[in-house]
Design a binder for this molecule. Structure first.
Ligand code: ADP
Ligand code: MG
Length: 361
């Protein structure tokens, strides 16, 4: 197991990159703690696989360094990095049995036969494949083959880290849930450094202690699920995490007040010396919106969906989509509806990045 440090890392697939748009990964520093359970979350094309392949050594980064426990491994090939990687689609030897497929990574490392036997049995049990151990991989379903791939990634005890690249994409929903809880259990038991790539927020938030959010080649936030919810560092994190996502409203800022359209919104602190000409927006999650006929911004309610504990109110504010989550029992006025926000939960964004109020870190 190892602590993994990425230092001034960047990657372009082009031979002569000329601007930020030519970079699949824009320069950043990032440390993955030894034994951490991480999710790497972001939409398709944001650079997740590129980053994973740089950590495992399948891809050489065009800039920066990769360190394992302080040792520079930037130029080491994958075999020398001792990383297990599970891909989106099955990687199995069709002509081998399930048993031999699972045993392969251990045989390669010269693990004694009795230990191989023990580990393979344990893995087969976890994957619910004990009855299939003698079967050739060839005839098995895509689900089963992907389970073998997962097993091959998890079977070794001595790896520096295990990287999962959207490993459950081809697995059916019930099994997905089961395997995800097994991974969590394995992490608690063996404390491997695990990085789990996904574009699904539920998957990320249930698996990980820490979530690394990527957007267009940038790492926009690293935080616990709570931090991502309370203080999204970037408007993208606000939209992407939460259901529905954060409301983002263009505004002007004057001290501790924001003006949205012609309505004033109170902020939790003062803001001075904002960059000239920058885009300014407030972000407020639907959970922190209150509806009344009194004070606030006028909205037009379009529909209300009852989810049980909450009602999701879909509305328009100055023509923009706007959502509120209203607890069961709280009133939603029939007309003349106004939305007000908890100032403590109202964040200011400058050019999409969270901007601290005076006195905040
Ligand atoms: P993700 O895994 O988040 O979907 P990728 O890391 O696969 O994203 O891709 C990031 C960006 O790099 C995308 O714009 C993609 O088109 C580009 N890219 C990925 N692999 C290659 C490649 N081998 N050659 C050129 N461009 C690539
Ligand atoms: Mg990918």
């Amino acid at each position: 197991m190892a602590r993994i440090e990425l230092s001034r890392l960047a990657h372009s697939y082009r031979p002569n990159p000329s601007g930020p748009a030519d970079y699949a990964l824009k320069e950043f520093d990032l440390t993955w703690d030894d034994g951490g359970a991480y999710a790497l979350l972001g939409p398709s094309g944001c650079g997740k696989t590129t980053l994973l392949n740089i950590i495992s050594g399948l891809l050489a980064a065009s800039h920066g360094r990769v360190l394992f426990d302080g040792e520079d491994v930037t130029r080491l090939p994958p075999e020398a990095r001792n990383i297990a990687q599970v891909f989106q689609f099955p990687v199995v030897y069709d002509s081998m049995t399930v048993r031999d497929n699972l045993a392969f990574p251990l045989k390669n490392r010269g693990v004694p036969a009795d230990e191989i036997d023990r580990r393979v049995k344990e893995m087969a049990e976890m994957l619910e494949m004990t009855a299939d151990l003698h079967k050739k991989a060839q005839g098995l379903t895509a689900d089963a083959k992907q389970k073998i791939s997962l097993g091959r990634g998890l079977v070794r005890a001595d790896v520096n880290a295990i990287l999962f690249d959207e490993p459950l994409t081809v697995i059916d929903p019930h099994l997905k849930w089961l395997l995800r809880s097994q991974l969590k259990h394995l992490h608690r038991r063996f404390a491997h450094t695990m990085i789990y790539v996904t574009h699904d927020q539920t998957e990320a938030l249930t698996f990980a202690d820490k979530v690394v959010v990527m957007y267009e080649g940038e790492v926009v936030q690293v935080g616990t699920p709570e931090e991502l919810f309370q203080r999204p560092a970037h408007t993208f994190v606000g939209y992407f995490i939460g259901s529905p996502g954060m409301n983002v409203l263009p505004c002007r800022v004057d001290g501790a007040q924001a003006t949205v359209g012609e309505h004033v919104v109170r902020l939790r602190g003062g803001y001075r010396a904002l960059p000239q000409g920058a885009k300014t927006e407030i972000g407020v999650r639907p959970e922190f919106v209150t509806l009344s006929r009194g004070e606030g911004l006028p909205i037009q309610v379009e529909r209300v969906d009852d989810t049980g504990r909450f009602r999701v109110v879909k509305a328009r504010l100055d023509g923009l989509a706007f959502n509120a989550l209203i607890p069961e029992g709280a009133e939603i006025p029939a007309d003349g509806v106004r939305a007000s926000f908890d100032p403590q939960a109202t964040n200011l964004y400058v050019d999409d990045h969270l901007w601290p109020a005076e006195g905040e870190a």
